[in-house]
Design a protein around this ligand. Structure first.
Ligand code: FAD
Length: 260
C-alpha cells in the first residue's frame, strides 16, 4: 500500500462531490477487488471514498413485481434473503456461488456490477433478468450497461445506488468455478421472462458478459444443433477457447434442467 486519504461518506451527494475532486479518487464498497488492486499496485488512488454506511445502502426489498437491491447489499445477504429466493431462484443461487464465505460477507452487488470483471457472476443475472441500474443521475437498462472488459456505461462521477429486477417466471444459473479463485470459467443464466420470452446471459467465457440469442430462441429447450458462437471467446492460461465454448453448452443444459 502507499499513502492515500480515506474518508467515510455520509451522503450520496458528499460521495459524488468527493469523486469529482480528483481523477485518482475511488469509491470503496466491499473492497474485495479494490484493496487487492491497491496492494498489487495495479491502480494508483489518492482518495478512497467509503460508501458502505450510506443510508439505505444495503436494503433489499420487493416492490410489487420488482425487486430492489441496494448497491451495498453483500453477496451473502442476497443469497440468504428469503424474498430474493422467492423472487428469482437463479439470482439467489448465483449470489451463493460467488467466491468463498469471506468474499460473500464483504463483496457487494454494486461493486461487482461497477467493476464488470469478465469472470464475475452478477453481470449474468443482471443481463439475464434485464435489470435496471440506478445511479444518482439516471437509470440504465442492463442491455446498455456492460460495454466490454472492465468497462460499463457509468461515467467517472456516477455512483450505483441500486438495481431493480423484474420478476421472471423461472430462472436458474449454472457455473463452472475456477478451482483456485471461484470465479466463473463460464456461467450461464437462463430466465423465462414471459410465456414466449426467454433471456440467456453468458459470463466468464468471453471478454464481457453477453446474451446468447440462439439459446433464447430455443425457448427453454436444448436443441442438438445449438452452438455458442462469439468473436471474443477467451483463450488464456486458464483454458483454451474450445474448452470454454464446450463449458457454455454444458452449463446451458444444466441451467435448463435446474429450471425444472
Ligand atoms: C478471492 C476472491 C474470489 C472472488 N470470487 C468471485 C467469484 O467467484 N465471482 C464473482 O463474481 N466475484 C468474485 N470476486 C469478486 C467479488 O465478488 C467482489 O466483491 C466484487 O468484484 C467487487 O465488489 P466490492 O463490493 O468488493 O467492490 P470494491 O472492491 O470496493 O470496488 C470495486 C470497483 O467498483 C467501484 N464501485 C464500488 N461500488 C460502486 C458503486 N456503488 N458505484 C460505482 N462504482 C462502485 C469501486 O470504486 C471499484 O473501482 C472474488 C474476489 C476475491 C478477492
Amino acid at each position: 500500500m502507499y499513502a492515500l486519504h480515506y474518508q467515510k461518506a455520509q451522503s450520496l451527494k458528499q460521495a459524488a462531490a468527493a469523486l469529482t475532486q480528483s481523477d485518482a479518487s475511488r469509491l470503496l464498497s466491499g473492497g474485495m477487488t479494490l484493496i487487492p488492486s491497491l496492494k498489487h499496485r495495479l491502480i494508483q488512488v489518492d482518495e478512497l471514498i467509503d460508501i458502505t454506511d450510506l443510508p439505505g445502502w444495503r436494503d433489499i426489498r420487493v416492490e410489487g413485481h420488482q425487486l430492489w437491491v441496494g448497491a451495498g447489499a453483500t453477496h451473502q445477504s442476497v443469497s440468504r434473503h428469503s424474498e430474493v429466493r422467492t423472487f428469482s431462484k437463479g439470482l439467489s443461487e448465483l449470489a451463493g456461488m460467488i467466491g468463498d464465505p469471506q468474499v460473500r460477507a464483504r463483496g457487494t452487488m454494486g461493486g461487482s456490477v461497477a467493476n464488470n470483471d469478465p469472470a464475475s457472476d452478477y453481470p449474468a443475472a443482471v443481463l439475464g433478468l434485464n435489470a435496471t441500474i440506478k445511479t444518482q443521475k439516471r437509470e440504465i437498462v442492463a442491455d446498455d450497461f456492460f460495454l466490454g472488459m472492465f468497462s460499463t456505461a457509468l461515467a467517472r462521477d456516477e455512483i450505483i445506488e441500486g438495481l431493480r429486477f423484474n420478476k421472471p417466471l423461472k430462472s436458474a444459473y449454472a457455473k463452472f468455478r475456477h478451482a483456485a479463485t471461484g470465479y466463473a470459467m463460464a456461467g450461464v443464466f437462463v430466465a423465462q421472462i414471459s410465456k414466449d420470452q426467454w433471456r440467456v446471459a453468458v459470463t466468464g467465457a468471453t471478454d464481457c458478459v453477453c446474451r446468447w440469442k440462439e439459446a433464447e430462441a430455443a425457448a427453454g429447450t436444448v436443441p442438438k444443433d445449438l452452438r455458442f458462437t462469439h468473436d471474443n471467446v477467451l483463450d488464456d492460461i486458464h483454458a483454451p477457447s474450445a474448452y470454454r465454448t464446450h463449458l457454455v453448452h454444458v452449463l446451458y443444459a444444466q441451467a435448463i434442467s435446474h429450471l425444472a
